[in-house]
Design a protein around this ligand. Sequence first.
Ligand SMILES: [Zn+2]
Length: 384
Amino acid sequence: MNDVMTALSARTSPLPQFIGAEIYRGSTYGPWHPLRVPRVSTVMDLSRALGWLPPAQFITSPRAKTAALTGYHTAAYLAALQAAEAAQTVSDAVRARHGLGTPSNPVFSEMFRRPATAAGGSLLAGELLKNGGIIYSPAGGTHHGLPDRANGFCYLNDPVLAIQSLRRNGAQRVAYVDIDAHHPDGVEHAFAQDPDTLLISTHEANRWPRTGAITDQGAGQVFNLPVPAGLHDDDMALILHELILPAVTAFRPDAIVLQCGADAVLEDPQSRLCLSNNAHWAVVAALRDIAPRYLVLGGGGYNPWSVGRLWTGVWAVLNDHEIPDHLPDQATGVLRALRWDGAPKRLQPQDHWMTTLRDAPRHGMIHDAVRSGVAQLKPRIVGA
Ligand SMILES: [Zn+2]
């Protein structure tokens, strides 16, 4: 038995666990914000409509206590965030220092409780994975949060808290893989100099937050691959097989955290990447059996149909459920009930958004920038 098999056999929980909560249903960052759309509630409803979410696999996310958040965030920031939720307003000084009450991180009614619930899920995941297993928390993945300030729609950084929790619970070496359209600046900030945390990110070049240069090395374990507009499934397959899998495998992680942001698909309004959801599912599947602990988080994703379909498919992949070509009525009902006020003109709802989970694959010639970027990073993989 090789090491991976030994590690996998240590898993005590045979079924993947889904961490969710009702706080995400109906909560919104405001009528003009990209996060005005439902996301996690759609995944829960679709998964239940398909018979994929029995009570034995669902865990209601606890809300993190403030003290549990101080592993990454400052006490002053946490106090300001709670005060802002209570008062539903912030002073100019708080806005300037902590980034609260801004267009991207507005004051809204659950502005502490909602991210603290996602963070509670990530902290719990680290504990539940102590003896191995697979956990999916689509509300997680808020990878831009900084210690003392909100950033990029993120109030808290639950991926950082998840990695800290995994480490407290026995996972020394953690591989963090991030396929969101945006660079995880908050996670790199936390772990760039930690040789026990592998950081791999693909993100659209020249897009906010404009961090994540290919030349970043951290302690030698930081791999940033900026990708060109138009990135398609064949590009991502090359990245997966030539960069992500060799790097993760060579690292011999005790745990893998995948941030599976859904904003790199063609129908998302916040990027110019053109993946289909098949690309994300391929990454989810490929990373599933490499380490004894596997935590899959959400992230970006601003088209209510594409994010709901993609993230429900992630749960199917984790459970080996076959994805039907056509959804049953109860599931199409969930999708037909969604609304997207202020949708961009190019993204008017299409019929297959209502009746399927799987997109048509998006093939193409490999972009030169993808090939050259992978070639530049590959020699840095230790042992490859
Ligand atoms: Zn993003």
